[in-house]
Design a protein around this ligand. Structure first.
Ligand SMILES: [Zn+2]
Length: 595
């Protein structure tokens, strides 16, 4: 087993010659046939701690097998930190990586962009902060407690206590490698749900030859199917990590996994739906020939639909859901108060990624999950949507070549090269001008202070977080110059100003089917400057629930990596995007919005 687990996350640029540069992984050794993916039948409840531990080991082997039979998308975002007198630590350089996990021969990641391979991953951010390369596979490795030797020969289990994680009651154990069990073993704490005895969280690190070989991490799983807990979040952090020649590393990183079952379930559902209804989008009723303009519209919509379907299939675009509806309500508010009747109607969708970006394809507006997460309030959301609506109104069109189906049959790794929706600088400028016109007539016109601060904060921090603000498919967060000058003086009490939320504060991902929902967390009251952490990486603290429980369908109150999500300064009547905005009155006179 020696050498098997040398999955150094941090490959020292100079000293790595002797270390394997990527994760090595062998098929798990659990030879117990009952561990090999046998369905989880009703078993007698274990009566002794010995039996409990046996059950944990057995289930972990089964989980391991299940994990490696999937190819989820894996996204890692890393922020390097530097010390700041007022704020503690602030970002100074960042890294972003997205790829599809491939467990067929070890722990591998296939990048979604060819350019994002290992070579490029080493350098970036602001120059010298990233002389140390991070290895994407290293972060993926952190979803495994121990994929070769998780048993009592290798580990001592010490029961600590019972504890609730969300609504899940857990047994907590401390895990230490047995003497002479080998290197690269996990040392830390595990949480095991006390019904079926699956590991739901583990926190610690792998023991290496040197402290700098492995990072510390906190790894969480989600109950995605009955009895099945799959890795979904990993938080990692190091402070003052010495490496190479007197070099020092401080960083925080979030890894998210999703798309375990994307592309399978929806097709099956679609097929069974067709078999039942025996018609696909039946247009025979009241069918008329289309006028040329209608034909063009339909052609364009087909292109939009094609691209959306393809991106959803890859796992990059979330399936239609409740978050789309929130965005569409805000778009509707803008339309109604500006006396607009846009045909075909605007559809909003959400990109699964953490990078801050937005774009419009035809009449479909797309915002990234990461962007929605960090917006301070509904007026800021409206500002971004108004810009995109500007593109629609100005007739900036999608390449309608996408209406040809051969354009869509591309390998995963070409996704971000093939699809590209960015606009020219001139179009961006025009859309921002249009956005200002729309906002002036909208219910948000008196509440744009935070939006101005938000856009200014992105500009100000862009150098420290270049990868977070760099889009993959669309445009970066727009500049709206008028907004900045018009409203930055509005909020005078600095302690109540929230310029941007920490990363990951609003939208919750179902890692199995990619469905998104809004996190509803409690307001936190006054925050110290240090606690605001705009655009920063924070630890994950998900509220765990069982599959199918009532709570799992309705995001719980405490579930928040960043509990500021529901923070709503009292002087900001338009609600935060975390709550459902009130639709404007349907009558299409431009009304003074009632509140
Ligand atoms: Zn734009």
């Amino acid at each position: 087993m020696n050498g098997i687990r040398l999955t150094a996350v941090l490959v020292l640029a100079l000293a790595c010659a002797g270390l394997p540069a990527r994760a090595q992984w062998t098929k798990q050794k659990h030879s117990d046939p009952s561990a090999a993916g046998a369905p989880q039948g009703p078993q007698a409840a274990p009566r002794t701690m010995d039996e409990v531990i046996q059950r944990i080991v057995l289930n972990e082997g089964r989980t391991m097998k299940e994990i490696t039979s999937h190819q989820p998308l894996v996204e890692t975002y890393i922020q390097n930190l530097k010390e700041d007198k007022e704020l503690g630590f602030i970002p100074a350089g960042d890294k972003y990586f997205i790829g599809r996990a491939d467990f067929s021969r070890g722990v591998n990641l296939i990048p979604l962009t060819e350019g994002d391979g290992k070579k490029k991953f080493g350098l970036g951010g602001i120059g010298k902060f990233f002389i140390t390369p991070f290895l994407p596979e290293g972060f993926l490795q952190m979803i495994f407690l121990d994929n070769t030797s998780f048993d009592r020969e290798h580990y001592q289990f010490d029961f600590v206590k019972r504890e609730f994680l969300g609504e899940i009651r857990c047994l907590v154990f401390d895990l230490t490698p047995q003497k002479r069990a080998g290197k690269g073993l996990f040392r830390g704490r595990i949480w095991v749900e006390d019904r079926d005895f699956n590991v739901v969280r583990f926190n610690g690190g792998y023991e290496g030859a040197k402290a700098s070989d492995y990072y510390h991490f906190d790894s969480w799983r989600t109950n995605v199917q009955p009895g099945l807990w799959m890795p979904s979040f990993v938080y990692s952090e190091e402070r003052n990590l010495q490496y190479a020649l007197a070099k020092r590393l401080d960083f925080r990183a979030q890894t998210r996994l999703w798309g375990y079952n994307v592309g399978h379930a929806s097709q099956e559902q679609e097929l069974s739906r067709i078999l039942v209804e025996s018609s696909v989008d039946d247009q025979s009723q009241g069918a008329n020939d289309l006028s040329p303009i209608q034909a063009q519209r339909q052609w364009d919509r087909q292109a939009e639909q094609n691209v959306a379907d393809r991106l959803e299939h890859i796992g990059v675009l979330a399936p239609s859901g409740e978050v789309d509806k929130v965005l569409e309500t805000v778009v509707n508010n803008l339309e109604v108060t500006n006396n607009l009747d846009i045909q075909p109607e605007i559809i909003c969708r959400v990109l699964m990624t953490t990078t801050l970006e937005s774009y419009t394809m035809g009449h479909t507006i797309v915002l990234s999950r990461g962007l929605i997460d960090v917006l301070p309030d509904e007026a800021s959301l409206a500002t971004i949507l108004a810009h995109e609506l500007g593109h629609v109104l100005l007739g900036h069109r999608l390449d309608s070549n996408y209406a040809f189906f051969d354009q869509l049959l591309i390998p995963d790794k070409d996704t971000f090269h093939h699809f590209y929706f960015a606009r020219t600088p001139a179009e961006e400028l025009d859309a921002s001008k249009k956005a200002m016109e729309l906002l002036k007539n909208s219910p948000y016109k008196d509440h744009l202070g935070n939006a101005g601060l938000f856009l200014a904060a992105i500009e100000k921090r862009a150098k420290e977080i270049p990868n977070l603000v760099s889009p993959h498919l669309g445009d970066r967060v727009p500049l709206i110059a008028d907004l900045n000058t018009a409203s930055s003086a509005e909020t005078s009490d600095k302690s109540k100003q929230i310029t941007a939320l920490p990363i990951g504060g609003r939208v919750k991902i179902d890692p199995w089917d990619d469905k998104l929902s809004l996190i509803k967390s409690k307001p936190l009251g006054t925050l110290a400057e240090r606690e605001k952490m705009p655009l920063e990486v924070t630890p994950f603290m998900p509220y765990l629930v069982r599959y199918g429980s009532a709570v799992s369908k309705q995001p719980p109150a405490q579930a928040a990596a960043a509990p500021q999500a529901a923070e709503k300064p009292a002087e900001q009547p338009p609600s935060a995007p975390g709550s459902t905005p009130a639709p404007a009155e349907k009558p299409k006179d431009p009304p003074p919005p009632s509140r």
